[in-house]
Design a protein around this ligand. Structure first.
Ligand SMILES: Cc1ncc(C[n+]2csc(CCOP(=O)(O)OP(=O)(O)O)c2C)c(N)n1
Ligand SMILES: [Mg+2]
Length: 772
């Protein structure tokens, strides 16, 4: 599958390393010091973080990577990726010159906004690393299911900063990856031993090796470059001394340069030092030798990559100098350091580039060198074009509502999937479910019984084989459609991100459904945001939720996820009260996964079984999908309405029935998505200024009421989820909801204590109707 590349032209690769260092530096320099600034703000960029890994990226992109390999680039090395595409002809000068400008190339690689092919967005450190492991699992899944040919398979590469290795999500992912026996991953650490604030801790280095090795990874340390290694091999005492030199000290010496190295070696190593320094009279040459680390030595890099072309997951720890070749190399404060114009021009001159030729791709590369560089650029195997996104291929069948006079939305979710799994078809075959150890308790069990667990290697159901009765089959094959995860919610979201990008990354769309308990969304929030940021498409089913969970108590009763959803782009929140609403929403959510203008969907469900609404027609459906509908129509110019969401609808219905005798025309608005209502409202506001104003759905609904009607809003969540509705047309609001941590109790106890019961609603309505 992964063919060994032919022996490369190392000189040409070195020239490309220099070129990438120059172009990435100059792009940042241009944005900060050349381009006109309209607001005087510092534009920023990370020249030192780029210089640290230009050699690594040159060796990868111009040698090791094949056409199917995908890379998550360390966020602050983004300018190198753009420089590579500039050399390949797949990035424009305008984009480089508009780095960090409006519509220009992004600060950190972005799948959706950048015009070059970006395999995985990065920015929040750690997440780009982990998604490569999950993407490799998706690749194995697709191959096993006959959806990806052997020749279209590739390797998943993460380029990592050493301080990035502090992110806990990397280790959560490592454990999961081990369980799933992932392969075809290279994680390459730019081990410059500097973070943002300072130099990084010395003690961790050996530990990283051990941690990865114990999880089945091959670890490869690229510590010294060939020249330095050769010099040290002759002088073991110097090697021992250098091996033991703390990060901070070596960074300081790398910054200070040859004279400082000389003084220090003489002071620390006496005669041995003098022997080492013999023949190294030139300070500049000594400084260059001491910074000849593995991550800057082309021969070392190429050898290491060539030796790892099998499918064993591999961690490369490439020792580097942060800011290599720049005036602030090794300085602990260099993370956001920018060369001043004099320094940038000096770098340009040193590269043999004339003023004004800075953007000429091959400026400064002359003679024989040019032919070699051009040959490498032409032979580069990576994808140059941005893959067009693949949507609209999946036929979504009608999803019927499960029958039953009393139902809980969580149970209905399980039944809908069970029916889908039995009926089969393209949609069912593309569904992949996943859950962090709450498969059974979120009602995915029946689906899993039908479709099985996915593992590359078969796993027998020991209990079933021993004839021990159990409702749940638990065996795995490579044809299974459920990926079981350990309890790490961040991994759930990264798994959903990888599955939800399969159409983009592999050209084969999957329909991912992830389940977890609603409160634990918070546990993986940044990973969820990361999935949405890349426009991965999936269904997130969060259940149970709210204090309606009852006896499980406050640690499991969610309060704020509807507010999280309200503020999360790319994720649509639906909260059904009834099973037929849920069926309609699931159908819509499947459609949204495969729609170019779609998004992901978050379904907030409940275990509370409630009496279902007897419908006389389908008139409610459009409203339910748009965010709300009148469950009990208001009378003409009604003075008040109850506005309720989700599993506490029975309380709203009962209060409505009771109050209607005294307040004729009292309406009951069933909200199914505060998120959509709010978006529609703000979009309508904005459209006032663009000329084609249409009132939003929520405005149209509320316009049925008297202008000063009062609203009682009711939800098993933070009351702010609905209370804002009063601002739409200026209605007075009595917001009922949960603002304190929950506790154990029966529903009656809890609804009374948290003011979600009929009495609370009646009081709130009465108060609104009292004359001011
Ligand atoms: C989750 C997260 N926290 C903080 C940051 C801010 N930040 C960006 S880079 C960085 C330090 C990176 O150091 P390292 O990973 O060693 O990369 P280097 O620049 O040294 O290559 C920090 C703290 C971030 N981008 N993401
Ligand atoms: Mg670092």
């Amino acid at each position: 599958m992964l063919k060994l590349p032919t022996t490369p032209d190392l000189d040409a690769l070195r020239t490309l390393d220099d070129k990438l260092r120059f172009l990435s530096s100059w792009t940042i320099h241009h944005a900060n010091h050349v381009r006109e600034s309209s607001d005087g703000l510092k534009v920023g960029g990370h020249q030192a973080s780029c210089a640290s890994m230009t050699a690594i990226m040159a060796a990868l992109y111009f040698h090791a990577l094949g056409p199917n390999d995908r890379v998550a680039v360390k966020p602050h090395a983004g300018p190198i990726l753009h420089a590579i595409h500039y050399l390949l002809g797949s990035q424009t000068l305008e984009q480089l010159q508009n780095f960090r400008g409006f519509g220009g190339m992004q600060s950190y690689p972005s799948r959706t906004k950048d015009q070059i092919p970006v395999d995985f967005s990065t920015g929040s450190v750690g997440l780009g690393v982990a998604i490569t492991a999950f993407a490799s699992l998706v690749q194995d899944y697709l191959t096993a299911h006959g959806k990806l040919a052997e020749e279209d398979r590739g390797r998943f590469v993460a380029l990592i900063g050493d301080a990035e290795l502090d992110e806990g999500n990397i280790y959560e992912c490592l454990i999961e990856a081990y369980k799933h026996d992932i392969r075809n991953c290279w994680w390459i650490v730019d081990y410059n031993r500097q973070s943002l604030d300072a130099t990084s801790a010395d003690r961790m280095f050996e530990r990283f090796d051990e941690i990865f090795a114990s999880c089945g990874w091959r670890t490869v340390e690229l510590r010294y470059g060939k020249r330095l290694a050769a010099a040290l091999n002759k002088r073991p005492a110097i090697r021992d001394w250098l091996d033991a030199l703390p990060n901070a000290e070596s960074s300081a010496l790398l910054y200070q340069g040859g004279a400082a190295w000389r003084a220090r070696i003489e002071a620390d190593l006496g005669k041995q030092g003098a022997a080492f320094l013999k023949g190294l009279d030139d300070d500049e040459a000594l400084g260059a030798l001491m910074s000849n680390l593995g991550g800057h030595c082309m021969e070392t890099l190429v050898e290491a990559f060539d030796a790892a072309m099998d499918d064993v997951p591999t961690l490369f720890v490439a020792w580097t100098v942060k800011g290599f070749g720049l005036p602030f190399a090794g300085h602990k404060d260099n993370h956001s350091g920018l060369m001043n114009p004099t320094q940038a021009n000096a770098m340009r001159d040193a590269m043999g580039i004339s003023a004004g030729d800075e953007w000429q791709p091959l400026a400064g590369i002359g003679g024989n060198a040019r032919a070699g560089v051009e040959a490498l650029i032409n032979a580069t195997r990576i994808r140059r074009d941005k893959r067009s996104r693949d949507f609209g291929r999946i036929a979504i069948p009608d999803i019927p509502a499960p029958a039953g006079e009393e139902q809980a939305t969580q149970a209905a979710f399980g039944r809908i999937l069970l029916v889908l799994s039995r009926v089969g078809g393209d949609l069912a075959d593309r569904i992949v479910t996943t859950s962090p150890d709450v498969t059974v308790s979120t009602n995915l069990g029946a689906w899993v019984n039908q479709r099985g667990l996915f593992k590359r290697r078969d796993m027998a159901d020991v209990f079933a084989n021993a004839k021990i009765p159990s409702a749940q089959k638990w065996s795995a094959t490579n044809q299974g459609q459920h990926i079981e995860l350990g309890i790490a919610e961040s991994n759930l979201f990264l798994m959903l991100a990888a599955l939800g990008l399969s159409g983009d990354v592999f050209g084969e769309r999957l329909i991912p459904i992830g389940t977890l308990y609603d409160p634990f969304i918070a546990r993986g929030l940044d990973s969820l945001n990361y999935a949405c940021y890349q426009d991965a498409r999936f269904l997130l089913v969060a259940t149970p939720s709210g204090i309606t969970l009852g006896p499980e108590g406050g640690a499991h009763q969610s309060i704020n996820p509807p507010l999280i959803a309200l503020g999360q782009p790319g994720l649509r929140h639906y909260e059904p009260a009834f099973a037929d609403e849920l069926a309609t929403m699931m159908e819509e959510a499947f459609r949204l996964v495969d729609d170019p203008a779609g998004e992901s969907t978050y379904l907030r469900l409940s275990t509370r079984s409630i009496v279902q609404e007897q419908r006389t027609d389908d008139g409610w459906k459009a409203g339910a999908l748009a965010g709300a509908y009148w469950l009990r129509e208001p009378g003409p110019a009604a003075e008040a309405a109850i506005v309720a969401m989700g599993a506490i609808m029975p309380e709203a219905l009962a209060a409505h029935a009771e109050l209607s005798a005294d307040i004729p025309g009292l309406g009951l608005l069933a909200v199914t998505s505060p998120d959509l209502l709010h978006r529609g409202w703000t979009a309508a506001q904005a459209s006032r200024w663009s000329g084609d104003h249409q009132p939003s759905h929520v405005e149209t609904l509320l316009a049925r009421l008297a202008p000063n009607a009062g609203l009682v809003t009711l939800c098993d969540a933070a009351p702010a989820s609905l209370s804002w509705i009063g601002g739409v047309l200026g209605n007075r609001v009595a917001p009922l909801g949960v603002e304190r941590f929950g506790q154990t109790g029966s529903l009656a106890d809890l609804y009374a204590a948290y003011r979600l019961d009929g009495a609370a609603i009646t009081e709130a309505v009465a108060e609104l109707l009292l004359p001011a």
